[in-house]
Design a protein around this ligand. Sequence first.
Ligand code: URA
Length: 234
Amino acid sequence: MRLQKYLAGSGIASRRACEKLIENGEVTVNGRVAKIGESVEDGDVVEYKGKVITPVSEYIYLMLFKPVGIITTASDDRGRKTVIDLIDVKERVYPVGRLDVNTSGLLLLTNDGDLANKLMHPKFQVDKTYKAIVKGRIDDEKLKALENGVMLEDGVTAPAKVKLIKFDKENSYVEICIREGRNRQVRRMFEAVGHEVRGLRRIKVGNLSLKNMEKGQCRYLTKEEINYLKRITG
Ligand code: URA
């Protein structure tokens, strides 16, 4: 089997990204720096960053209802609680994208590096829907601006779908669906139109939703959900 396929199949990264790791000399086979295009056979020892890499025997796909206060990373050098601490599976899985520490909601985790990379890739434009509680009464003009695109320091945002749910005395409740996945994007979009975000929850990724899940709960995706994700990134 080609080395890049073997690496991608171990859940490290997509095949393209694995090619880069090989090109950068970060992968060894039987103790020698590997070359792009080479093949591996049973018994070969493949290492990346000094760790022996074994192909994943079974892919798993999870959905976590991430609570506020938990960080989205596989491990934290400051010992803070991470999303991995909330899941109880023996396989090593990685978060698909990230949610800020102060954002709750739907987070996918998998050891299928190829699918994870596709879901995060702008080319596939997967919808991500959020419920935001923002300070003050947001007006139609600002909702329209969010929909059409607002200028952030890293450029204008792509068109979004925006729906006002309700107001109360202090806040507005807005549902917003974006296809990009820039850092703190939803918070920055609301800030750009003058409304601080007081609460943010991701409720959907594509058509997968948090329905019937409790905060902190994690579950396996169904066959239909997995097939759906493969279809939209196919
Ligand atoms: N947008 C944000 O501002 N934060 C998130 O966690 C996700 C999207």
